[in-house]
Write a protein that binds this ligand. Structure first.
Ligand SMILES: [Zn+2]
Length: 460
């Protein structure tokens, strides 16, 4: 993990946030190569789940929305973690993380009902010493800490102007359900897709870009007819499960590193009847990458109650009115990038006793597709020819021009950032109008006519 973090900083994928001011805990900025990769993932995801389907449409809803939305969705009351604090070092922890999920689930009823004094006694029994400072019996009773980030609209910080940064993108879809039905001519079953930022005031963020307070989601709410029996929603759920695995394969992530976890009933989110977590074996452990949830009609029904607007769907043929049920596949964008980085990082011994670090990104995902490398930087003819090739390619492919250092060192640099093709322009190029193209993975070189380059560099 440390090698990946250092490479990402050194080569401009991901920088520590606010670095010149000493940083800000767990915030990260995406550099020139990081943003290319995020954009590649987003547009591939959109093509895979929106353009390639007939019945999925997109939306881009606001981040700050009417706070009543979060009452209806259950986030205002239910979206919280049990927070405890060490009285000595004032470090804060999640009680459920420290005692383990199994123990926490057994104790949950007690902690929901007991007095503060009793709760503190129990937590001190469960957590003998502070994991940070090591002092004994210093933990406070757990209190529920809401994870939504707050801010105020307008000039007065009054509770009437209190709003939240959205903790998930889904609600922006539900509150626009009627707008989309009336404008898009979609009929149930159909889905609405959204890519956007969400915010959670996590008590214990960490593991690089795995858990951050500001993150990007790619999400679909897929609306179906209210099921008459379980098999009605289970078969749609199953279709989406397979599609999600197809997407993971498209990312060229080894499926043997993916574990599907059927989330146990007591751990399900308040809206969900069934959830599968797709876990990936990250360098720091097996952790959630994606989720697939059956949200029932929980959201639309509650929004109808809270907004007092009719949010039922009317079947255009039968005239039947109902709240559609929802299957929800969710994909973390930052986690996708992290999984790809972990999956593709390789150290290899190469002929000549040298070592190389190579990022074996799928071609479509690589931030730079082609490097244009003149053999010598002090030969005017070679430079002119190289720039000509570079200018000709850069409009259709992301290209990098590099004339500094030995050719071997320049190859190493491109391997490290996962560039699939490196073009070298040499003396022969001046005579024959051809170049060598080096393949990142095999390191084999082939001579290709300049006129055929665009065709040669095509990839899916
Ligand atoms: Zn402590």
């Amino acid at each position: 993990m440390n090698k990946i973090i250092s490479l990402c900083k050194r080569r401009g994928f991901i920088f520590p946030g606010s670095e010149i001011y000493g940083g800000l805990s767990n915030s990260w900025d995406f550099g020139p190569l990081g943003v290319e990769m995020k954009n590649n993932i987003k547009s591939a995801w959109w093509k895979f789940f929106v353009y390639d389907k007939q019945n999925i449409v997109g939306i881009d809803s606001a981040i700050i929305i009417n706070p009543k939305v979060w009452e209806a969705s259950g986030h205002k009351d239910g979206f919280s973690d049990p927070l405890i604090e060490c009285r000595e070092c004032h470090c804060r922890f999640r009680a459920d993380h420290l005692v383990g999920d199994d123990v926490w689930n057994q104790e949950k009823d007690f902690f929901d009902t007991a007095s503060e004094q009793d709760r503190e006694k129990r937590i001190v029994d469960l957590i003998e010493k502070c994991p940070h400072c090591g002092r004994k019996k210093t933990m406070t009773a757990p209190r529920n800490f809401n994870l939504m980030l707050k801010t105020y609209l307008g000039p007065i910080e009054d509770k009437n102007d209190l709003v939240y940064l959205r903790p998930e993108t889904a609600q922006g879809i539900f509150i626009n359900f009627k707008n989309i039905v009336t404008t898009s001519r979609q009929t149930v079953p159909f889905g609405i897709a959204q890519i956007g930022k969400a915010f959670r005031n996590e008590i214990t963020p960490g593991n690089y870009i795995f858990r951050t307070r500001e993150f990007e989601q790619m999400e679909i709410e897929y609306f179906i007819k209210p099921p008459k029996q379980d098999s009605d929603w289970e078969c749609v759920f199953e279709e989406w499960r397979k599609l999600m695995l197809n997407w993971i394969e498209y990312l060229e992530i080894d499926l043997s590193k993916i574990k599907e976890l059927n989330v146990p009933k007591e751990d399900l989110a308040h809206y969900s009847k069934k959830t599968i977590d797709f876990e990936y074996s990250f360098p720091f452990g097996v952790k959630e990458l994606y989720g697939l949830a059956y949200r029932t009609d929980f959201d639309l029904k509650n929004h109808e109650t809270f907004s007092q607007k009719n949010l039922k769907y009317r079947d255009p043929i039968t005239g039947e009115e109902y709240w559609p049920h929802v299957i929800e596949p969710t994909f973390g964008l930052d986690r996708t990038l992290l999984a790809v980085l972990a999956e593709c990082y390789k150290e290899e011994n190469i002929p000549g006793g040298e070592k190389r670090v190579v990022m074996s990104f799928p071609k479509w995902l690589a931030p730079i597709k082609v490097a244009v490398l003149p053999l010598l930087k002090n030969n005017e003819e070679i430079i002119t020819k190289s720039l000509e090739i570079y200018n000709n390619l850069k409009g259709s492919l992301s290209c990098e021009y590099d004339e500094s250092g030995t050719i071997g060192r320049r190859y190493r640099r491109q391997d490290e950032i996962g560039t699939p093709f490196a073009i070298t322009i040499d003396f022969e190029s001046l005579e024959n109008d051809d170049v060598t193209v080096r393949d990142r993975d095999t390191m084999k070189q082939e001579r290709v006519k300049i006129a055929n380059l665009k065709e040669y560099l095509k990839y899916d």
